[in-house]
Design a protein around this ligand. Structure first.
Ligand SMILES: *Cc1c(COP(=O)(O)O)cnc(C)c1O
Length: 360
């Protein structure tokens, strides 16, 4: 085994719903811990998947995912050759790390942010530097990132909106940051949640200006396809070719390609989900404000909030069938914005916990 792998811990995925139900003796579990789409998946996907030609099962899938590639390129306005498709962004993050990182290279990430960036960097033997997010807003602090730069810096991760803080940095800030980053440092902008932000906030427009920048998107979140594992990166063609070489040739199966193509064709569904999410987000944030619970203003489908005994609250919520994400930062919890009824019940449970505690 490689020396640098010996002390790494595996990413801990969500416990399965069945597991949680059994452990807590629950009839139903509301999973507000994985940022999945509570409104399900577009009907168009259901149709496409049901009509999928089973007799293709013995054939390898289209390794270039041509139909899906054409549709994505059209949707975001890029060349087909700029796209690399992956088995979720998880695979893209792994491919990027494998492609660019040598042992001892430095990678800069926000703190806190999505843990996969760091894990994959460590697997390649790179060194990870942390730039603290703003304590007031949860936003990526670009000054802090710049101060972590050395001549060994190879890769910088910007998650926007950031998971778990939910905070969004405007494109102009990213632009200004990129103008200060040397051209031989790759800057990755993970837009897994960008469709939940108000207005068009994507950084894709910056790619024509900066060859060393790339933008990543996934079908797992607003498109409601987490189970199918489809994500992609848009980058300038030259490094893109190398990523195509590193990528496994048949990574995306046909059923996933079919599902993603159908999902992309239903932008009405996307808009509807974004609208409902924004309304529910507002209610949840108002609730935190009214009850003096500190939180970061979110532009995603989750809210990160501070709570004195977060672990106990999470346990209390789970006993009542509501699973939220813990373990991301001491005394903080991340809650995925669910459907109207789920959120109302969640807020009621938080208040109830608050009141019961006060009585003790
Ligand atoms: C969920 C998530 C991903 C992973 O997406 P997949 O496409 O499901 O692998 C990537 N980045 C961030 C920030 C996420 O929260």
């Amino acid at each position: 085994m490689r020396e640098n792998l010996k002390n790494l811990c595996a990413y801990v995925p969500e416990a399965s719903l069945d597991e949680v139900k059994k452990k807590y003796d629950l009839k139903k579990v509301y999973r507000l811990s994985a940022n999945e789409n509570p409104y399900g998946t577009s009907k168009k996907v259901e149709e496409a998947v049901k009509n999928w030609n089973f007799s293709e099962s013995n054939r390898y899938p289209d390794g270039y995912a041509q139909k899906l590639r054409t549709a994505i390129a059209k949707h975001i306005g890029c060349k087909e050759s700029q796209l690399i498709l992956g088995v979720g962004l998880d695979e893209i993050i792994a491919i990027l790390s494998r492609t660019f990182l040598d042992q001892g290279d430095e990678v800069i990430v926000s703190d806190p942010t999505f843990s996969e960036y760091e894990l994959n960097a460590l697997i390649e033997g790179a060194v990870v530097k942390h730039a603290k997010c703003s304590e007031e807003t949860g936003k990526t602090d670009f000054e802090a990132m710049l101060s972590e730069m050395t001549d060994k810096t190879k890769m910088i991760w910007i998650c926007n909106p950031n998971n778990p803080t939910g905070a969004l940095n405007p494109v102009e800030e990213i632009d200004a940051f990129l103008s200060k980053v040397p051209k031989d440092v790759i800057v990755l902008i993970d837009e897994a949640y960008i469709e939940f932000a108000d207005g068009n906030q994507t950084a894709i427009g910056l790619l024509s200006k900066y060859d060393n920048a790339a933008v990543m998107r996934t079908f797992s979140k607003i498109y409601g396809l987490a189970n199918y594992r489809v994500g992609y990166i848009v980058m300038s063609s030259e490094p893109g070719n190398v990523l195509q070489t590193v990528r496994c040739p048949y990574n995306l199966n046909s059923l996933s390609q079919t599902a993603a193509l159908a999902a992309l064709s239903d932008q009405k569904f996307v808009e509807k989900c974004a609208g409902k999410n924004a309304r529910e987000r507002e209610k949840l944030e108002k609730f935190f404000e009214e009850n003096d619970i500190f939180y970061f203003k979110s532009q995603a489908n989750f809210v990160f909030f501070k709570f004195e005994d977060a672990e106990k609250l999470a346990e209390y919520l789970l006993k009542h069938g509501y699973q939220v994400r813990r373990g991301l930062r001491k005394d903080w919890l991340r809650v995925t914005i669910g459907k109207k009824k789920e959120n109302a019940e969640l807020m009621r449970l938080i208040l109830q916990y608050h009141n019961e505690k006060r009585k003790q």
